[in-house]
Ligand binder design. Structure first.
Ligand code: PLP
Length: 458
């Protein structure tokens, strides 16, 4: 058992992100104590496969001594260096250059942040700056996609299109607009790829027309919508949307905070989508979650416009921890690991994961299986023909998470009965198979849930 005092201290003092404070007070915290590879161990000694890589971030897996060494060495030599006042540090410069070399097309300029939310926030600021520098200050309207997630800063959460991030916070702002998601399983136009792409193109055109074509600054999309339920667009969707943005003269931002760094196979999902956006926002896998860091990739033409626009004046955007040397040293080491075999292993493990999850389609509760690489979801329903979601009374988020936990598996269980998977890229074949087996066991137990049985009968 966990130490009661720790649970009490947590209850009394630690505010948890995206949680019902009252439910959390009632249920108490589960304390994680250590981890190695793809396995996490809780404070009672229970071992679980982390099928969600923390929060879709520990792409390299836990316990890499070389990462610890890189951080410790940097902390000893130079634990902090500001990037203000024309100063810099070797790891940050090297990481920016290594990343620029690998980023798609002309995304040659890198702005380091502390995570994904401030990476998205930075793009919003840079985009406003860009349009003002171009002499079009009226381009101050932003468009994103329903079911999208773009972070939890006030402006980023306004681009996010998940109700929980808006309710009670007075957002979105009136300059933040949405178009419907490509969500294939529940799309009013059906599941045919071209119909979905056409619908999204038409929706973006309509939205730009409605706002006023001269007012729109940028369009934001995730290559795969993560927090919206791992929604994979049809092949060609990103490319079609990117091309339409070019035609409409608006900037295109790919939010790769989840999909970046091997999650879907390549280093950037945009490579597979064959696009070069004007910006890419990343975080998570950049340091594999060992220390906080995000990165904004900016295209040459945007950088030059901003630089010319500012001239001798400072572009007033920065954080104390921008380009942090310890995070950068970790980023460099993580990049070595990715290219030293982890990306390759992730691709193989991802194919096995998809195959394994596909085998669950015969289960009475499985309505849909989707994913790309090591990013996947299983959507549960109580009626496969009508695609009826699990009833709220069955508390899918809590009860399924708990059952999986008991079965030695950490997954993301969404409130609507979608199960999310994002295991570390280091997973062995046996671990992937165990993820699938433990999921089946969890689904069998969910089938016995009285609230689920009642809904199945209805
Ligand atoms: N953008 C996307 C697509 C994300 O999934 C996330 C986090 O999950 C963010 C932005 C925000 O990143 P962070 O939680 O590091 O601030």
């Amino acid at each position: 058992m966990y130490s009661n005092s720790l649970i009490e201290l947590d209850r009394a003092h630690l505010i948890h992100p995206v949680a019902s404070y009252r439910s959390h007070e009632k249920l108490g915290v589960r304390v994680l104590a250590s981890a190695k590879g793809a396995t996490v161990t809780d404070a009672s000694g229970k071992q679980l496969i982390d099928g969600f890589a923390g929060l879709w971030c520990v792409n390299a897996g836990y316990g890499h001594e070389s990462i610890v060494e890189a951080a410790a060495k940097q902390m000893r030599e130079l634990p902090y260096a500001t990037a203000y006042f024309g100063l810099g540090s070797e790891p940050a410069i090297r990481l920016a250059s290594e990343l620029a070399e690998r980023a798609p097309g002309d995304l040659n300029h890198v702005y380091f942040t502390l995570g994904g939310s401030d990476a998205v926030d930075s793009t919003i600021r840079f985009i406003r700056y860009y349009w003002i520098a171009r002499g079009e200050p009226q381009r101050d309207q932003f468009i994103s996609v329903e079911q999208g997630y773009h972070g939890s800063s006030t402006v980023g959460a306004g681009l996010t299109a998940l109700p929980a991030f808006h309710a009670g916070f007075g957002i979105p702002f009136d300059w933040q607009h949405k178009i419907p998601s490509h969500y294939a399983y529940r799309n009013p136009v059906g599941e045919a790829p071209q119909a979905i792409i056409d619908a999204s193109l038409a929706a973006l055109r309509r939205k730009v027309e409605e706002i006023g074509p001269e007012r729109v600054a940028a369009f934001y999309a995730e290559p795969i919508q993560g927090s919206g339920g791992v929604l994979v667009p049809p092949k060609g969707w990103m490319k079609a949307m990117r091309e339409l943005c070019r035609e409409l003269g608006i900037l295109f931002v790919a939010d790769e905070v989840i999909t970046g760094f091997g999650r879907t196979g390549p280093l950037f999902a945009c490579e597979e989508d064959e696009i070069v956006p004007d910006f890419i926002a990343t975080a998570k896998g950049l340091t594999s979650g060992y220390v906080p860091m995000g990165a904004v990739f900016m295209a040459d033409h945007v950088y030059q416009t901003i630089a010319d626009g500012a001239g001798a004046a400072a572009v007033g955007h920065g954080y104390t921890y921008s380009a942090h040397p310890v995070s950068a040293a970790v980023g460099l080491e993580v990049l070595k690991l990715y290219e030293g075999g982890l990306l390759e292993n992730g691709r193989k493990a991802g194919a096995r994961l998809m195959q394994g999850l596909e085998s669950l389609r015969d289960h009475p509760l499985v309505g849909d299986v989707r994913g790309r690489g090591m990013l996947a979801a299983v959507e549960l329903v109580v009626d496969k023909v009508r695609k009826t979601p699990l009833p709220a009374a069955a508390e899918p988020a809590r009860r399924i998470f708990d059952r999986a936990w008991e079965n030695g598996l950490v997954i993301r269980a969404f409130a609507n009965g979608v199960l999310g998977y994002a295991p570390p890229l280091c997973c062995t074949e046996a671990e992937i198979d165990a993820i699938v087996e433990r999921t089946r066991q969890t689904l069998d137990e969910t089938l016995e849930d009285l609230d689920v049985r009642q809904a199945l009968r209805a």
